[in-house]
Design a protein around this ligand. Structure first.
Ligand code: SER
Length: 888
């Protein structure tokens, strides 16, 4: 049975048992603590937690997953073994408060043994049995259900059921979130099939877990505790690659003589075929027992598997909008890509092979996952660019790595060197590890991690959060009341905290209209007024525990309990708001023009401009920039309302863009513009888009591979920008004595004219130099069988002197030496001495002659035996000392 059949039979089976069939969710997870969607259940977290009503009580789907980085990380094993993947499809069925253990287990048994005819005697079940101190209790219920099933099949439950502890049988999607004990189904794949369950969970590829039935009953908290959920749920997951792989290797369970491999199935064979075509090598299916000692065939087979796995990960990841980059999940994708490209190089594959492979993946898998077809160009272009940029870093990095390895005496690459390779040469740590292993070295992982930590700390401390401990302030009582400010209304607050130390002078107020710098938006400035005195608020920031700190000048004499009037600089705030709302519009327009892969990678909003960084692989064309500006302008002219609402995270609208990588609290703020843009955002905004007035992009550039930056202005700043440009244009038009609309035409003529003049000038100069050179040649003398010239000539600049010297050496061919003294229009001069080979043979050396000369004339310069040059301040010296020169 091939993969398509297994997929459809799985869904048909659960559909016939009352399950609603859902599409796969994006690989970009909703949950902020996940790097990628790593299990079918991710999209259902709100159902498990009871924060959202399930779409149906029974659901089934085929979910694309990436397991790399984070909790479930198999990258090192991928390719080396035959059953771990970074990308895979997970077949799953769910019950949200509906059926529980009995039906879940019975459904799984029925599909495997009755529909797909898995040999029952080769199947084993595991049930949860905690060690001391582990959560929950022994899963007697599952044990009993399995006992009954095995007994009814005349199989000994004592043999076919294994009790396993938390490590194997308590499933968690991450460090936090819904979780529970599980019961897994394993299959004995040995030739005789008689291991009696002795190799279940023993890390052997001859006995594989094929289906995991999780009984979700708890929510794991970040402090390590588990909270019982209101309802009990079922979450099952079966790796499609394993099921199809087993069927392929065993020829539908008829032949167990071969070692099983997921790569034997139709999910990989077409990639292997393309790799074989591109490389001229053959996949032989060998598997090495050692990572350090692999035969050439084993190495090639390892590369085949790893590349085939990784191209699927990258193709699907990019299609879901996760582009390779330098941070978080984007960096994980880049690491995987670089691993594959490196292996490709070892196989002799040309640059660009990885992008080429994406085409076959899209062709095969696009029939089921339409997002691959929709994003075909983005996938291809991204991969091409990534390969090119990796080629560049790889060459340099390998040279450094070779040097490090060759001078290594400890057998271990130090943490500093690993970090250097990572930070300066773009080598992911696992790549360094791999390349070190190939050279028989290890890497000091612990020290490398410490270096990475230090870098993270440096990055954190460069962010503007101050760590001021303000213990006496009750945080809960402090509120920000400044989202929408009425300039006619006075606002008073009480000073409840004062910090005056070397970091500055700050006050904390019991409530404040001053927005504190956050999420890329700068903080407010303004003043605090007390008894007719106005104290300037220089900045508003947040400390590490999110307290709002108002920075004041030193020694302003405020004390606790003072009641101050808070005056926010409203002109400045309004500019900031305009820029912030314009940033959301820009984000929308970018996605509209470039595609949904565009994701915010950072932003800065202040009163003068906005800056928006986003994932995209190529420079924007003028046309695209025009389209983006046009869309933003349309939105401004439509005067769309901007709505800011707070709500539970789980209730945010489906189309709401969250800034992934941020950890959101339970309550979030949703900013909606008309019906075009919806983002999670804690910043200040215009009340409607009309307030923005005018929007203009100033620049578009790359800030790193795959990340681009747009700088733009809105409101008055945009007006000033355009005014300045038009002002410049007017001045040019005056100088050109034409109207503004003729400036371009006239200017183009002028450039053409000046290019023409320049080439004429060059010709004139060439012929003048030629004439000078000819005259010099005619006057050359013969001394000791060598042609010799010593002369003083007028030149425009050093370049002229050099070109005359060049002409001379051509004309004199060999057996010459000359000293040319050039007089420049600014009265300075230069000396050029040139010696042919024959002159050198006669002991005349240009640099030595220059040195001798400089004893008589003050010359600064140098050179080699054949050519030396120097400058003099006063060229009049040449004529005065010509005789001296001649004598030399
Ligand atoms: N969540 C479980 C897993 O991923 C079952 O779906 O293994």
């Amino acid at each position: 049975m091939d993969s398509a059949k297994i997929r459809s039979e799985f869904l048909d089976f659960f559909s016939s048992h009352g399950h609603k069939i859902l599409p796969s969710a994006s690989l970009l997870p909703e949950s902020p603590n996940l790097l990628f969607t790593n299990a079918g259940m991710n999209q259902f977290v709100p159902y498990f937690l009871g924060s959202q009503e399930p779409i149906d009580r029974r659901v089934a789907d085929v979910q694309t997953c990436i397991r790399a980085g984070g909790k479930h990380n198999d990258l090192d094993d991928v390719g080396f073994d035959t059953y771990h993947h970074t990308f895979f499809e997970m077949l799953g069925n769910w019950s949200f408060g509906d059926y529980f253990k009995k039906e879940a287990i019975e459904l799984a048994w029925e599909l495997l043994t009755k529909v797909w005819k898995f040999p029952k005697n080769r199947l084993y079940a595991t049930v949860y049995h905690p060690n001391d101190g582990e959560p929950a209790e022994f899963d007697q219920e599952s044990f009993d259900i399995w006992s009954e099933i095995f007994a009814s099949e005349q199989l000994d439950p004592e043999v076919h059921i294994k009790k396993c502890s938390r490590k194997d049988n308590f499933w968690m999607m991450g460090d936090t979130g819904p979780c529970g004990p599980c019961s897994e189904i394993h299959m004995d794949l040995t030739e005789s099939g008689d291991t009696n369950g002795n190799i279940v969970n023993a890390g052997s590829c001859m006995c594989l877990e094929i289906w995991n039935l999780v009984f979700i009953q708890y929510n794991a908290n970040s402090d390590g505790s588990f909270k019982k959920l209101a309802q009990k749920h079922v979450d099952t997951g079966m790796g499609l690659e394993r099921v199809v792989g087993i069927m392929a290797t065993t020829n539908n369970f008829s032949d167990f003589s071969r070692q099983p491999s997921n790569y034997d199935s139709d999910l990989f064979s077409y990639i292997f075929a393309e790799l074989e075509r591109l490389s001229g090598l053959k996949y032989a299916g060998t598997i090495s027992v050692s990572r350090s000692f692999m035969s050439d065939t084993e190495k090639v087979d390892f590369y085949f598997r790893a590349i085939a796995d990784h191209i699927r990960t990258l193709t699907f990841g990019i299609a879901d909008g996760i582009l390779p980059g330098n941070e978080g999940r984007n960096y994980v994708l880049r690491r995987i890509l670089r691993r594959a490209v490196l292996f490709g190089k070892k196989m002799g594959l040309p640059s660009g092979f990885f992008a080429k492979l994406s085409e076959v993946v899209i062709e095969k898998m696009g029939k089921i996952f339409g997002q691959l077809i929709d994003n075909k160009a983005v996938i291809y272009d991204t991969l091409v660019r990534e390969e090119i940029s990796f080629d560049r870093t790889l060459g340099r990095g390998i040279r450094v790595l070779e040097k490090i390895c060759s001078s290594n005496k400890s057998g271990m690459i130090s943490g500093e060197d690993v970090f250097l390779l990572y930070d300066t040469y773009g080598f992911p740590i696992d790549l360094t590890k791999l390349m070190a292993e190939e050279r028989g070295l290890g890497i000091d992982m612990e020290a490398a991690e410490q270096e990475m930590d230090r870098q993270r700390q440096r990055a954190r401390s460069s962010q503007k959060k101050v760590s001021l401990a303000v213990a006496s302030v009750d945080k809960e009582k402090i509120s920000f009341v400044g989202y929408s400010l009425d300039k006619n209304k006075k606002f008073f607050a009480e000073v409840v905290g004062i910090v005056d130390d070397k970091t500055g002078n700050f006050v904390i107020l019991d409530s404040t209209p001053f927005f504190a710098e956050m999420g890329g938006e700068v903080g407010d400035t303004g003043s605090l007024c007390l008894d007719g005195r106005s104290i300037e608020v220089l900045a508003t920031i947040r400390n590490e525990s999110n307290l709002v700190l108002h920075r004041l000048p030193k020694n302003v004499g405020l004390k606790l309990g003072d009641r101050v009037e808070c005056v926010v600089d409203m002109e400045r705030r309004k500019s900031i708001q305009r820029n912030h709302t314009a940033t959301h519009l820009l984000h929308f327009a970018l996605r509209d023009v470039l595609g949904d892969h565009v994701k915010q990678a950072g932003s800065l909003v202040d009163s003068t401009k906005l800056r928006f960084d986003f994932n995209h692989f190529s420079p924007l064309s003028d046309e695209q920039i025009h389209d983006i500006e046009y869309i933003v302008t349309r939105c401004i002219l439509e005067n769309l309302p901007v709505k800011c609402e707070t709500m539970p995270f789980a209730e945010k609208p489906d189309n709401c863009i969250a800034f992934f990588g941020e950890k959101y609290g339970k309550i979030v703020r949703v900013v909606t513009i008309g019906c075009i843009s919806c983002e999670l955002c804690g910043g200040c905004h215009a009340a409607s888009t009309g307030e923005i007035g005018f929007f203009k992009i100033l620049s578009e550039s790359a800030i790193s591979a795959g990340v681009r930056r747009i700088e733009a202005v809105s409101g008055f700043a945009a007006f000033s920008f355009v005014e300045k440009v038009i002002g410049d244009l007017k001045n040019i038009s005056k100088k050109l004595s034409c109207s503004i609309d003729k400036v371009f035409e006239n200017f183009t003529h002028m450039i053409e004219h000046s290019a023409c003049m320049e080439s004429q000038l060059k010709m004139l100069k060439n012929s003048k130099n030629e004439a000078v050179a000819n005259a010099l040649v005619n006057n050359c003398s013969l001394k000791n069988d060598l042609k010799f010239i010593l002369d003083v000539i007028d030149v425009e600049n050093i370049a002229d002197l050099k070109s005359i010297a060049l002409l001379l050496s051509k004309k004199l061919s060999d057996g010459f030496w000359f000293v040319l003294c050039g007089k420049m229009p600014d009265r300075s001069g230069a000396v050029l001495i040139s010696c042919s080979r024959k002159a050198l043979a006669n002991g005349i050396k240009a640099n030595l002659m220059l040195k001798k000369l400089s004893e008589k004339i003050d010359i600064k310069g140098g050179g080699n035996e054949e050519l030396a040059m120097g400058g003099v301040k006063q060229s009049s010296l040449f004529s005065e000392r010509l005789e001296t020169l001649k004598n030399l």
